[in-house]
Each structure stands twice: as C-alpha cells, then as structure tokens.
Write a protein that binds this ligand. Structure first.
Ligand code: JFE
Length: 227
C-alpha cells in the first residue's frame, strides 16, 4: 500500500505544523506512517511583493484571496491520487464518517483561506470538496485543517497502539451512544467514590452499568444521536 501523505497550503505554515508535530500525530510522522507537508502559499506567488490577496469585485469589506497562487500550488502538488479539500465555514460538516473516507485516500491536499475568503474560481476548478469543522467562524482555515488532519491520521493503520481500536471506540461507537464515564485510582478522591460496580470484578454487571450510563449521558448531552 502506498504511503499516505498530506499537503497543507496556507499563509501560516508554522501554525499548521506545530500541533501536528507533537504527540501521536508527531510520532506517526517520525515513524514514517504519514508525511505531512505544510506549504507557504506565498512560495507560489511570482510577483515582487508576494501578494496573496486583493479587493473584492462588487465592493465590500476586507480582502479576498487571489486565485493564481492556489492554482500554482495545486498544479505543483496534485497527482492522479489526490483529493483536494478547501476549508470554509460554508462547507460540508466534517464528521467521523468523512474522516474514515479521507483516511482511505492516498493523498490529501488541503487549501486554507484567510481574510474574507478565496476567489470562487479556485473552488470551482480545483476543489473536490469544501469542508467545515463546525458552525462558527474562525479567522482562517489553518486551524480547521489541523483538526481534519488529526482526525484522519489517527485512523491510519498502526498510528494508535494495537490495543486501541480507533473504529470501535469512537463517537457514536457501538450503538451510536456516547461512552460511559471512566475512572482510575484512587478509589475515593475528595470524598467522591468510584462506583462500586467498577471495583466488583463482575464483568456482566459492569457491561450493564456502562450501557445504562451511555444511554443516560446521550439523553442528557446528545439527544440528537438517539433515534
Ligand atoms: C476561512 C472568514 C469572513 C470566513 C463566512 C478563510 N468551520 C470553519 N469555521 N471557520 C472556517 C471554517 C474558516 C475557514 C476558512 C475562514 C474561516 N475565513 C474567515 C471571514 C467570512 C467567512 O465566511 C477565511
């Protein structure tokens, strides 16, 4: 199987690289399970001032990102196995099923806008899918891209330890329910005991307790996940 790789194109390559160089995703890069390249969009400009933005046609506040640097970037990076994503608050909502789909690709190119957005010809001509990480407006797409990369890379074979199943655990895991609460030592802390059943060693009762807790938690915080 070909190695999975990701190219992120942004005017803030250090912001994209920093969170992906630590912890589990950092180790996945170091061990060669994924290659993540963060590109400075300005490297794809050809003018003296390395300009990436311009005034919007039709008027309005702020600046819009010029098409030429994004075209140059995608033309330089794209292969026949690439999927091109654009981060935008108006895109398809990102989700665990989409993360699973992206993890089955060989190469992702993630384009990140800034300012008020990107010339629409970029989206029309180059982008396979526009993605939003949620219904709130960030200042730019770079942090959103790191969130997509984190959720995708942890699904790649071998990135999590063998004892952790990234699929089974999950959000809306087994029955589309949230996980039951977890505890570790000590058995009592600041007057708060760990539920007796978890210390009982009674595996069937523990499973029943977890199932009840999952249902209660889902009702309380995510009723939309129940039928
Ligand atoms: C860009 C901006 C003005 C956006 C109405 C590029 N989920 C998610 N939230 N925010 C983003 C993604 C995002 C992604 C890319 C971005 C925000 N902005 C800021 C400014 C209007 C906007 O859209 C620029």
């Amino acid at each position: 199987m070909e190695k999975f790789s990701i190219d992120i194109v942004t005017i803030f390559p250090q912001i994209a690289a920093a969170p992906l160089s630590e912890s589990i995703i950092g180790r996945a890069q170091q061990s060669g399970q994924v290659e993540i390249r963060c590109h400075d969009l300005r490297e794809f400009t050809t003018d003296k001032h390395r300009q990436v933005d311009d005034e919007p046609y039709g008027g309005g506040p702020g600046m819009v990102m010029k098409p030429e640097p994004f075209f140059a970037a995608v033309e330089a990076l794209r292969t026949e196995h690439s999927r091109v994503l654009m981060m935008t608050p108006g895109g398809t909502p990102f989700s665990q099923p989409l993360a699973e789909e992206f993890s089955e690709q060989q190469h992702l190119i993630i384009l990140c806008g800034h300012y008020e957005g990107v010339d629409h010809r970029v989206t029309e001509a180059l982008v396979d899918q526009e993605i939003s990480i949620g219904d709130y407006v960030l200042t730019n797409g770079t942090i959103a891209a790191t969130i997509v990369v984190d959720a995708v890379v942890r699904l790649l074979p071998g990135v999590l330890g063998d004892d952790t199943s990234s699929i089974e655990e999950s959000f809306g895991g087994e029955q589309g329910l949230l996980e039951a609460p977890q505890y570790t030592r000590p058995p009592e802390y600041k007057g708060m005991p760990v539920p007796d059943v978890l210390l009982s060693g009674h595996h069937k009762k523990i499973a029943e307790w977890r199932r009840e807790q999952s249902i209660e938690r889902t009702k309380a915080t995510r009723p939309d996940l129940l039928d």
